[in-house]
Design a binder for this molecule. Structure first.
Ligand code: FES
Ligand code: FE
Length: 340
């Protein structure tokens, strides 16, 4: 699926970067092929606009912020959050032309990230019971660009058969390649998939799992939220809750920004955030190598029923079915660049 060619995908909220990045001034980001600029207003909330000055097209992300407004670094034209040009420094008494404006986008902060929707969103950003709950801490994990498709990362997030191979260096059991399968319940937001998986538990992960046994179990409640976000609720037999949010924010048809954060119901003393991130960087690097080798766009077609022989492909098949239904509901046909 060429995500930039499917207008309905503009009607969702996407996490684009950590809010704290805006402390350094306006920041550029590409979302669904569109260059946007993000900045922080005087009340601390974020704003987003097209990253293109309407005077002579300079990128506004090269400019600076004044109060609530973004100022072009080329000749100083200044735009408010509605996109109207409110100041042209070279003018004295002349009126600013009404056509002097830029497109702006819906923008908000949530979970410590900036979220942007290019068009009127169909659903709000989800809530989660861990946020603001004093029993949980929130830990930022990753914010980086990968050369893969958004759907590829989502499929992978629900593919139990890759653990033994891709993650044989961390938690995967290479000698036991037969995967556990998810029980899948479809929902309005996508689906929830549940299973219990046995994992290797090397010393480096003992404080993460809360167990010193050589293997332990993970109870997965893994939610897929249309189109490209997942919430993975993991519970270990030790009683530790480990809830991961992963956003495959589509930069364009072949690149994503992977943004991931985590909630834990333990303390920094019990398991330092640096240790959690060091381990997860290792695990996710294993996924990155393989996901950057796959075709970002090749359709894994529902009609390829051979895939059904491996029930571990079912989540990906349901994702595709739901995405195709979404396109149909909005009068769109899937656009892709090559045959399967
Ligand atoms: Fe932006 Fe001239 S190009 S002010
Ligand atoms: Fe993986």
């Amino acid at each position: 699926m060429l995500v930039t060619q499917q207008p309905v995908l503009r009607k969702f909220w996407y996490a684009v970067m950590e809010m704290s990045k805006l402390d350094a001034g306006p920041q550029p980001f590409m979302l669904l092929g569109e260059n946007i600029v993000l900045w922080k207003k005087s009340d601390g909330t974020p704003a987003a606009a097209r990253d293109r000055c309407c005077h002579r097209t300079a990128k506004l992300s090269k400019g600076y912020v004044e109060g609530d407004n973004i100022v072009c670094g080329y000749h100083g034209w200044q735009y408010d959050c509605s996109g109207a040009c409110v100041k042209i420094p070279q003018f004295t008494n002349e009126k600013i032309p009404p056509g002097a404006r830029i497109d702006t986008y819906r923008c908000q902060e949530k979970f410590g990230y900036v979220w942007v929707a290019l068009d009127e969103p169909l659903v709000p950003v989800m809530d989660t019971p861990e946020e603001g709950n004093p029993e949980y801490r929130r830990i930022h994990q990753f914010d980086e660009a990968w050369n893969t498709g958004a759907l590829r990362l989502m499929e992978n997030s629900f593919d139990t058969a890759h653990f033994s191979f891709v993650h044989k260096g961390t938690f995967g059991q290479f000698e036991q390649p037969k995967p556990e399968f998810f029980d899948i319940r479809e929902t309005d937001y996508g689906f929830e998939a549940e299973t219990i998986i046995t994992i290797n538990n090397p010393p480096q992960s003992h404080r993460i799992t809360g167990s010193t046994e050589p293997t332990t179990k993970r109870h997965f409640k893994n939610q897929w939220h249309l189109p490209f976000m997942r919430r993975l609720g993991l519970v270990y037999p030790s009683g530790i809750h480990h809830t991961i949010f992963t956003c495959a924010t589509p930069i364009d048809d072949r690149r994503i920004q992977i943004i991931q954060w985590l909630y834990r119901n333990d303390t920094e003393e019990q398991c330092p955030a640096a240790l959690l991130n060091e381990w997860d960087v290792k695990v996710v690097a294993e996924d990155k190598v393989i996901l950057e080798s796959v075709d970002a766009d090749a359709p894994v077609d529902v009609s390829r029923l051979a895939e059904e022989h491996m029930k571990s492909d079912r989540p990906g098949i349901i994702m595709r079915k739901r995405l195709l239904a979404l396109l149909k509901e909005h009068g769109e046909k899937e656009v892709f660049s090559q045959a399967a």
